[in-house]
Write a protein that binds this ligand. Structure first.
Ligand SMILES: [Zn+2]
Length: 130
């Protein structure tokens, strides 16, 4: 078992939930149960592309819960993108972006900071307003 998986096992408690994550849950899944219930049934997974603290997969919907900095930030459809390295989360809508393909977010059109265009540079975020 990798160190990462070991850490994930300790992350079953429910993090604080961003309103954005609830919106995405409603949009991207049938949402026939509360997000919190699905969270508890979800399995810890590695999602290195999302640059998150950790992630959980709710298999009935293929829904990935992305947690960073103690917040459940977004819910993504697990369509294989997360197995690719070098993706980043949009600074505005927390959707996944391939910075090689896009310098603006395909979902919300927000321009992404130039410092994110290389997957190999450690990103230092400016002071957050969220
Ligand atoms: Zn966006």
């Amino acid at each position: 078992m990798s160190v990462n998986q070991q850490q994930n096992l300790d992350q079953s408690h429910l993090p604080r939930i961003k309103p954005h994550a609830r919106t995405r849950w409603a949009e991207r899944t049938p949402a026939d149960r509360p997000l919190e219930v699905a969270w508890r049934q979800a399995q810890p997974v590695d999602a290195p592309a999302a640059r998150c603290s950790y992630a959980r997969l709710y298999q009935p919907y293929d829904a990935l819960f992305i947690v960073r900095d103690g917040w459940l930030r977004t819910v993504l459809h697990n369509d294989g993108r997360l197995e690719k390295d070098g993706l980043v989360l949009c600074t505005t809508c927390d959707d996944l972006i391939d910075p090689i393909m896009h310098d603006t977010c395909p979902t919300c059109d927000a321009e992404q900071p130039a410092s994110q265009t290389s997957g190999r540079i450690t990103i230092t975020r400016r002071g957050g307003d969220r």
